[in-house]
Design a protein around this ligand. Structure first.
Ligand SMILES: *[C@@H]1O[C@H](CO)[C@@H](O)[C@H](O)[C@H]1NC(C)=O
Ligand SMILES: *[C@@H]1O[C@H](CO)[C@@H](O)[C@H](O)[C@H]1NC(C)=O
Ligand SMILES: *[C@@H]1O[C@H](CO)[C@@H](O)[C@H](O)[C@H]1NC(C)=O
Length: 372
């Protein structure tokens, strides 16, 4: 009897402790929630729940992801994404949960929700080659649903405070609008004839202006928006264009840089136009270019060859899967697969965004954004 009693006391204690722990998520002064929007660079498993050709829940993806014991989770890398690392460093106790996961209910969403989807883009048509993916319009429709759940969980006034003051909204998107839309052979020829690069990029920016404004209307205030990386230098592009080790595809990089210039002005415009908002520009392009150019300085042995993949000189054609060859020294490759950085590269990128100077993150870094 005494035994039973002490067990139930212990149980009650454990229940109370975990309740107060969850309660703390809404009380602390640290970062409350991390809301993650974007593409495969930050997808943490949404595509596992979609009938799509873009999947990463197959080994050896995730082989270095500690939280799953090395099992694939749907992340398109060997370990943590930039979104995972940033959340950890800012003090969120759990990774933002994928919106489509059956576990994304109740208090689990208080640490944040991840809406990112491999193949997704700013434009609705982007990534249709994969049959299914969540574009940014739909990701924001889903956040609108989450927003109402926060009112139920915390009460409307506390929810509004928690979201506007204690949460960060990150948006990592745009690469697929070029790689899997505008630049896609065959499918995009029509678009490229009828729309100049200038017109296509203006179209992207006007969509993004609308999308970010919708997030603002739903109480987002602290934003970090990633620019498009040097997509002409990824192993996939280098392989299909049969480039040498130190070359990159000029057109792809030019389009990315032109878009990035327009994105920077858009964020300046929104900072001025939307009261109380802070839009931070993450210069992923220059950061990744620095890693590619000076890879040996950062302890990498290659920035051209994918660690996991097959085909051509840079293992850049067939995506990473069980039949791929995989390198031994995973933390010595800038690229994990034909498209995505390794966890080692993600760590360097994330630390610059968190603690770095305006060269890579402006007008402030993410630590400062959190503490606003
Ligand atoms: C969902 O939660 C259950 C029980 O906590 C856990 O075993 C499972 O791994 C979780 N699934 C995902 C996809 O996170
Ligand atoms: C985007 O595509 C989805 C289907 O994938 C559709 O339901 C939605 O209406 C489209 N949005 C726009 C703005 O065209
Ligand atoms: C959010 O959803 C409601 C319907 O539930 C709709 O009226 C509103 O326009 C949506 N807000 C945004 C910003 O999409």
């Amino acid at each position: 009897m005494a035994r039973v009693k002490s067990w139930s006391v212990a149980l009650v204690l454990i229940v109370c402790m975990s309740l107060s722990y969850l309660g703390n998520a809404a009380d602390d002064s640290g970062l409350g929630a991390s809301f993650i929007f974007g593409d495969s660079l930050v997808d943490a498993g949404n595509n596992n729940y979609l009938p799509t050709l873009s999947k990463a829940n197959i080994p050896p993806n995730g082989i270095d992801f500690k939280a799953s014991g090395g099992k694939p989770t749907g992340r398109y890398t060997n370990g943590r994404t930039i979104g995972d690392i940033v959340g950890e460093e800012l003090g969120v106790p759990n990774y933002a949960i994928p919106y489509l996961s059956p576990n994304a209910t109740g208090k689990a969403i208080l640490y944040g929700v991840n809406y990112a989807s491999g193949g997704g883009g700013i434009m609705n048509a982007t990534g249709r080659i994969f049959v299914n993916r969540l574009g940014l319009d739909i990701q924001i429709d889903y956040y609108n649903i989450t927003r109402k759940q926060f009112d139920k969980l915390l009460g409307p006034s506390k929810a509004k405070d928690y979201i506007s003051k204690r949460s960060i909204f990150s948006v990592t998107i745009g690469a697929n609008d070029f790689l899997n839309n505008y630049l896609l052979p065959v499918l995009s020829i029509g678009a490229r004839i009828s729309e100049s690069p200038d017109a296509f990029i203006e179209d992207m920016i006007s969509h993004l202006r609308n999308q970010l404004t919708r997030l603002y209307q739903l109480d987002a205030r602290k934003f970090v928006i990633g620019n498009v990386g040097p997509i002409g230098c990824i192993p996939y592009q280098k392989t299909i264009n049969q480039l040498n080790q130190n070359e990159c595809v000029d057109l792809a990089n030019k389009l990315a840089m032109q878009y990035n210039g327009r994105l920077k002005s858009l964020l300046t415009e929104l900072n001025a136009k939307l009261p109380g908002s802070t839009f931070v520009y993450a210069n992923v392009y220059d950061l990744v270019m620095e890693l590619i150019t000076n890879y040996d300085k950062y302890g990498f042995v290659t920035a051209s060859k994918a660690c996991c993949g097959n085909g051509g000189q840079f293992a850049g054609i067939i995506p990473c899967g069980p039949t791929s060859t995989m390198c031994q020294d995973r933390d010595k490759h800038v690229f994990w697969d034909p498209y995505h950085p390794s966890e080692a590269a993600n760590l360097i990128i994330a630390r610059q965004l968190l603690y770095g100077t305006t060269k890579y993150i402006s007008p402030m870094n993410l630590k400062q954004l959190r503490n606003l």
